[in-house]
Design a binder for this molecule. Structure first.
Ligand SMILES: NC(=O)c1ccc[n+]([C@@H]2O[C@H](COP(=O)([O-])OP(=O)(O)OC[C@H]3O[C@@H](n4cnc5c(N)ncnc54)[C@H](O)[C@@H]3O)[C@@H](O)[C@H]2O)c1
Ligand SMILES: O=C(O)[C@H](O)CO
Length: 328
């Protein structure tokens, strides 16, 4: 776009010009900026993903700060444009900041913010939902029902995987990975195996204490193990959920070779970032292994899916909705 066509302005006489590339929920953030004497301009253009050119037009000649989205490519070009406009701050409305070139921001003296911690439970809950939906084949069964194919109960109809007593594997046991692990361990009495660069001490203590509680009540205790490699998790777990950051160490962490090491009836869930999985290899693996199931919130070339993925009955796909919950 040559010029932004649709802008909502708050506090027009504010001293500092702050641009938000998208409308965001609520007005608290707007009021906080107004309290700091900011003029707030919100792009209301009906285009889901703004291009670099769109954002340069929004920045204009004078801009003190921008609030942007994970769908935008905040690299050298945009930080140079923001710096030329006198900008000093960029804030990414996301936990993940793989779309932001922090080195470029540093080069132009622009401070970068993100939103760590605000999506921990909502993302963990979606990962748990996808795990359950995949384990119990909820989407397939729903489609079957709606297609009018149900003509009576059968002993073998949509047999899925019982989670109780199975092993949940977590790759990246940070905030979200640990919250997910607790849900699966406490909710379904699964044993835990995890892999992270750092020890998840609080998570380990939680599982130990819960295991002791179960034992004291005459039940089979749950266990935990910190794996020494990611491959150990892939080999041993029945349900594996991916929660690492996306960087060059985690790009295509799950590839053809690693998929082959997983159990034939394993469940793989991804609510982190799409490129953590080689999606072409995943589609092939799903084709070859009909009882292997995935639950995906994120995709390698978002918003697109790799060819074949949408036809796979053993894949559950949702459009990056892990954050999309409200307190009611
Ligand atoms: N789907 C969504 O809507 C949604 C919402 C929020 C966050 N996310 C994604 O989830 C990611 C994790 O968020 P978080 O709050 O738990 O972050 P976090 O920093 O608390 O946890 C990330 C963990 O990954 C680990 N890690 C890094 N490199 C690794 C590697 N090579 N192998 C194994 N583990 C590695 C880190 O040590 C850390 O413990 C974010 O970066 C973001 O991309 C997605
Ligand atoms: O990283 C994040 O915050 C999510 O992917 C977007 O809600």
């Amino acid at each position: 776009m040559a010029k932004p066509v649709s802008i909502e302005v708050w506090n027009p006489n504010g001293k500092y010009r702050v641009v938000s590339t998208k409308p965001m929920p609520g007005t608290r953030w707007i009021n906080l900026l107004i309290e700091q004497d900011c003029r707030v301009e919100i792009c209301t253009q009906k285009k889901t993903i703004l291009s670099v050119e769109d954002i340069i037009a929004l920045i204009g000649d004078k801009c003190d700060g921008v609030i942007g989205q994970l769908t935008e490519d905040w690299g050298e070009t945009l930080f140079a444009a923001l710096s030329r406009a006198g900008g000093k701050a960029f804030s990414n409305m996301a936990v993940g900041y793989n779309n932001v070139d922090v080195n470029a921001a540093n080069k132009y003296g622009i401070a970068v913010g993100n939103t760590p911690g605000v999506l921990t439970e909502t993302t963990a809950e979606l990962a748990a939902s996808l795990s359950l939906a995949a384990a119990r084949r909820i989407v397939e069964a729903d489609e079957f029902m709606r297609a009018g194919l149900y003509d009576g109960w059968l002993p073998n109809l949509f047999v899925g995987n019982l989670l109780k007593g199975q092993t949940v594997g977590v790759i990246g046991a940070g905030r979200i990975g640990s919250a997910y692990a607790r849900m699966m361990v406490e909710g379904f009495k699964m044993n835990l195996i995890y892999y992270d660069l750092y020890q998840a001490t609080r998570l380990e203590k939680f599982v130990t204490a819960y295991g002791q509680f179960l034992k004291a009540n005459g039940e089979q205790p749950v266990t935990w193990k910190r794996a020494s490699s990611m491959d150990e998790v892939l080999r041993e777990a029945d349900v594996i959920s991916l929660h690492p950051v996306l960087d060059k160490t985690t790009y295509h962490l799950i590839n053809k070779e690693r998929l082959a090491t997983m159990k034939k009836e394993a469940i793989l869930v991804n609510c982190s970032r799409g490129p953590v999985i080689d999606e072409v290899a995943l589609v092939e693996h799903l084709k070859q292994n009909p009882m292997f199931r995935v639950g995906l919130d994120v995709f390698e070339d978002e918003p697109y899916m790799k060819p074949g993925l949408s036809e796979m009955k053993n894949a559950i796909v949702v459009p990056h909705i892990a954050s999309a919950s409200k307190v009611i």
